[in-house]
Design a protein around this ligand. Structure first.
Ligand code: FES
Length: 157
């Protein structure tokens, strides 16, 4: 088990001088699985992929649903709420949520539907406007290290 690399500019705020804390035994996170661990008010998502172990927040980059109850396929996590798919390797969305909205670069995407289903279209109004203006973020990563068979994560104080 090794930590997975991530783009330096996607490092989570406050982690540059954070202290590493043991959060889970390495044997509790087999390859191909993910787990939520909570420290204070921070819900972390640990994911063991072929690229190594990632730690990010257990909040969908769209509307904050817990990704830990989503579906993991390689480095892609599908959110349980609006079927958005997110790539742990790049930090980017791999498929926009069904609600559409803005991608991380601010480009608008219309509502989307899985094959065989009609897209849900809100009547015009504040709710539709909120969906249109909601921007999907990129993942932010917490540095990971493995020490004495423990997964340690840099957690801001
Ligand atoms: S909250 Fe995850 S796709 Fe909307």
């Amino acid at each position: 088990m090794t930590p997975a690399p991530f783009r330096p500019r996607l490092r989570a705020l406050g982690t540059a001088d954070a202290t590493f804390e043991a959060v889970l035994g390495a044997d509790e996170l087999p390859r191909g699985t993910m787990r939520r661990v909570t420290r204070g008010d921070l819900d972390l998502l640990l994911v063991h992929t072929d690229k190594g172990v990632f730690a990010t927040e257990d909040r969908c980059p769209h509307m904050s649903a817990p990704l830990s109850i989503g579906v993991l396929d390689g480095c892609i996590i599908q959110c349980p709420l609006h079927e958005g798919r997110f790539d742990l390797e790049s930090g980017d969305p791999a498929q926009m949520p069904t609600t559409g909205g803005l991608d991380p670069d601010g480009v608008y995407h219309p509502t989307w539907s899985p094959a065989g289903r009609d897209p849900k279209v809100d009547p015009p109004g504040t709710k539709a406007e909120a969906r249109r203006l909601t921007r999907v973020r990129r993942f932010r990563y917490y540095p990971v290290r493995i020490v004495d068979d423990q997964i340690e994560v840099a957690i801001p104080g």
